[in-house]
Design a protein around this ligand. Structure first.
Ligand SMILES: [Zn+2]
Length: 334
């Protein structure tokens, strides 16, 4: 894939293969009205010398999800290169323009980084970030951990996740890394639309890939930030990059076995949930009601569970629009 493409316009200010603890940038030229020869400066840390396995740890793939950036800015500062066997490449805020704006997508090009992979060196700013990560960082990695949470519009039970894969050995190794992360829940995850995702690109390159959903609502709690901190170190221990065994239990197993897991709003309005995250739900029961807000006396739309399980995710703001993902039900059978 890489041979036919022009070179990336991104210049790292650190040696991606060098040793010690390096803190610098991926400098991406971005010519604009207020800076003719300006750049987007994406923070990156490279810790260790590459003599051993390499882990790529990424946060801020979406700019309004904060557990990953909190855990990874801290980890980048704290990791002692003498304690690292191999190498850790850390991008705490991968879609940096979106992270600085506090928005899911980039304010420069509206790019949703996690729908922009594998990217293009001649694309928009977001596409160029994706292309550099795809062609220069993922190939160096043995294991990739990408942090997500719900952002401003969703809230999740805290889980680490991997996907069902055609390569069952790769799938097994990915779920071992999910177990090592030791979030309260471990999800066999299904995507609504996997095209363009970082996940899909990394998995297609044969790497062990772990993602998370650790909360949401456009902030991080003390609890979910702590889960992220421990999970990052646990994955490094699991990979043999840090000494010691992962701490904590593997997490309660959840799965998303069919598209029926997702419920979408067919009406706009005021949402009233009948269940909270983590509560058991039965097929057919009302999970949420959407009240019309343009008059009194009108009955709400009732949205029911299509299967037995637990409420694993929900729309966060109190008002919903038509087409919003309203909730996700995960099953508990292993
Ligand atoms: Zn996300």
């Amino acid at each position: 894939m890489s041979d036919l493409l022009p070179p990336s316009p991104v210049t790292p200010t650190v040696d991606l293969d060098g040793g010690g603890a390096q803190h610098g940038y991926l400098r991406l030229p971005y010519s604009r009205d207020d800076s003719a020869w300006g750049s987007v400066m994406i923070p990156i840390a490279v810790i260790g010398d590459g003599d051993g396995p390499t882990a790529l740890l990424t946060g801020g793939n979406h700019g309004d999800e904060y557990e990953g950036p909190i855990a990874l800015f801290e980890l980048a500062r704290e990791l002692d290169p003498a304690a690292v066997r191999g190498r850790v490449i850390i991008l705490p805020a991968m879609n940096y323009p979106a992270f600085r704006a506090g928005t899911r997508t980039s304010p420069i090009d509206r790019g949703n980084l996690n729908r922009s992979f594998p990217g293009s060196p001649t694309g928009t700013v977001t596409g160029k970030i994706a292309d550099f990560v795809t062609r220069h960082l993922v190939p160096r990695a043995d294991i990739v951990l990408d942090f997500h949470s719900g952002g401003r519009t969703l809230d999740f039970l805290p889980y680490a996740a991997a996907h069902e894969l055609d390569d069952k050995e790769q799938e097994r190794r990915s779920f071992e890394a999910v177990a090592a992360f030791a979030a309260p829940y471990a999800m066999r995850m299904r995507e609504i639309d996997a095209v363009g995702m970082f996940d899909t690109t990394v998995e297609a390159m044969g790497k062990v890939f772990v993602t998370t959903e650790l909360g949401g609502g456009g902030t991080a709690s003390a609890t979910t930030a702590a889960i992220a901190r421990r999970g990052a170190r646990n994955v490094l221990k699991h990979a043999g990059i840090l000494a010691g065994d992962p701490e904590g239990a593997p997490g309660r197993f959840l799965a998303m076995p069919s598209p029926d897991c997702f419920a979408f709003a067919e009406n706009a309005g005021l949402v009233a949930f009948a269940r909270d995250l983590g509560e058991p739900v039965a097929r057919g029961e009302v999970i949420a009601r959407i009240h019309p807000v343009d008059r009194t006396g009108a009955a709400p739309a009732e949205i029911r569970a299509a299967l037995d399980g637990v409420l694993a995710a929900r729309h966060f703001p109190g008002l919903v629009q038509q087409g919003d993902c309203l909730f996700v039900i995960a099953t508990t059978a292993s």
